[in-house]
Write a protein that binds this ligand. Structure first.
Ligand code: AMP
Ligand code: ZN
Length: 485
């Protein structure tokens, strides 16, 4: 079977065939660098990374580009508030984004264009739109895209452009779903913008770009006017991606991105995790509570990228247990002595099991990245491998079989990245310190609960520790704890 992906543009699962055989150009809308990312943002970047990894496993040579929106309404507002230059304000957020990627094992993109480095390309694009009669300068000095002049408007989000009120405009980067208006390509300078260095000169006056034109200019500069895949979170379908298509195809008269993929939200207590409402956790929040990044990766994989995922402690705990089982099996397989002779009986040999699991993994991932089914294929391999290693009568895991199983684990992990991360976490001093601080605090709370004869609470704390793999032993000199491998 070949790879099939759900294309938001057609609302259908389609066979993925790149423009140039064997090569893929892929763009994901990156974050706006005005706040630290939360774990919901990470789900979207994790999904893009997963797609990237799987395309590479499938043998494609991928160029993956993710932008950083380092100039928009929010970044300018933040810089003005802090009284510092725009770049000084945004760069620390970019640094922390990359730290988050590293901790979560997100391999990341090949290029991270920053919007402020592509102003000339944005100006050139707007110029083409003005010349083509698709954009106009309004009395406020800003330049707007004229959606009534562009017949394809609405094809991604299925928005009806005839709902637009003629002459109605919006300068804000984001607006309501039902609100169809001419949107700003270029915003006339405001006096405060100059104070933070967010003003550029153009033939139509000084100002700064709108958010949507940034992504059109960066993606086409890096990947060409037509490229294969464009992805991001579902909230970007309208207006951001709709506007990107209108501007890009309006200027070039060529198809822009061919496959549009959108990742669903991570939710907390049934609500979207979002900066605007504060209903969120950052990666740092979770690590401080003793949650491992590998558990978060696993939790993400349990749901299809097009399904909402509710983030719960129970799910994280179950994921921690699953990663522990996976790693224990892999370590066992690595350390188990192999024999020269294989036992002859009816049980399928380990290399056959490995081949079957790998095929099931590939089939599931080919089916629009069905990670939960692919995960089952991996854990089937864990169960089968353990069963063979458990069998006391085993006289026969040959080196070739063990190697076939190890290589199946490695191949799958090249996409899932669970073993690689778990291995790193095993002896990461920062993780160890963080966990130690969290455990010590829990133990103090447990001692308090015991002094107050609240044994239910004390037991609950012990159980909570156990779900993170922490075993507590009470000794005459106080509690001693260790982490199960
Ligand atoms: P922002 O920094 O707000 O522009 O968001 C960066 C990316 O994260 C976008 O692709 C959003 O769609 C995505 N995103 C924001 N909130 C969530 C969430 N709760 N779950 C998944 N993705 C999200
Ligand atoms: Zn974008």
């Amino acid at each position: 079977m070949s790879l099939h992906l759900f294309n938001t543009l057609t609302r259908r699962r389609e066979e993925f065939v790149p423009l140039d055989e064997g090569r893929v150009g892929m763009y994901c809308c990156g974050p706006t660098t005005y706040a630290d990312p939360h774990i919901g943002n990470m789900r979207t970047f994790f999904f893009a990374d997963l797609l990237h990894r799987y395309l590479e496993l499938r043998g494609f040579d991928v160029k993956f580009v993710m932008n950083l929106t380092d100039v928009d309404d929010k970044t300018i507002r933040g810089a003005i508030r802090d009284g510092i230059a725009l770049g000084e304000y945004t760069e620390p957020f970019a640094t922390r984004l990359f730290e988050n990627f590293a901790r979560l094992g997100i391999e990341g993109a090949d290029e991270y264009p920053r919007a402020t480095d592509y102003i000339a390309q944005m100006i050139a694009l707007i110029d083409r739109l003005i010349e083509g009669g698709l954009a106009y300068q309004a009395a406020d000095g800003s330049v707007y895209f004229d959606i009534s002049e562009y017949p394809g408007y609405g094809k991604l989000s299925k928005t009806d452009p005839t709902r637009a009120r003629r002459g109605a405009r919006v300068a804000a980067d984001e607006y309501d779903k039902g609100d169809v208006r001419d949107f700003a390509l270029w915003k006339a300078a405001k006096p405060e913008d100059a104070k933070v260095g967010a003003v550029w000169e153009t033939p139509w006056g000084s100002g700064r770009p709108g958010w949507h034109i940034e992504c059109s200019a960066m993606s086409m500069s890096e990947l060409g006017e037509t490229f294969d895949i464009h992805c991001g979170g579902v909230d970007l379908i309208f207006p951001h991606h709709e506007d990107e298509i209108a501007q890009s195809e309006g200027a070039t008269a060529k198809p822009f991105a061919r496959y549009w993929l959108h990742g669903e939200f991570l939710q907390l207590q049934g609500e979207k995790m979002a900066k605007s409402t504060g209903n969120l956790f950052t990666l740092e929040d979770l690590l401080e509570r003793g949650v491992k990044a590998s558990s978060i990766r696993h939790t993400f994989l349990t749901a299809h990228y097009r399904s909402k995922l509710n983030f719960t402690w129970q799910a994280l705990d179950a994921s921690a247990e699953a990663v522990r089982r996976l790693r224990a099996c892999y370590v066992r397989l690595r350390e188990h002595p192999t024999s020269r002779h294989a036992r002859a009986d009816d049980t399928p040999r380990l290399h056959e099991v490995a081949a079957r699991s790998l095929a099931a993994f590939t089939r599931a991932m080919d089916d629009d990245l069905n990670t939960s089914v692919a995960l089952s294929a991996l854990f089937e391999l864990v169960t089968e491998t353990n069963a063979r290693l458990d069998d006391l009568c085993t006289i026969g895991i040959t080196e070739a079989e063990a190697e076939a199983a190890r290589s199946a684990f490695d191949r799958i992990d090249g996409v899932f990245g669970l073993l690689a991360l778990a291995e790193r976490e095993q002896d990461d001093p920062v993780d160890q310190q963080r966990l130690a601080a969290w455990v010590e605090q829990r133990l103090v709370e447990r001692a308090d609960a015991r002094s107050a004869r609240d044994f239910t609470r004390a037991d609950r704390i012990r159980d909570e520790l156990a779900t993170r793999g922490v075993v507590v032993e009470d000794t005459p000199t106080g509690p001693r704890w260790s982490v199960q491998p």
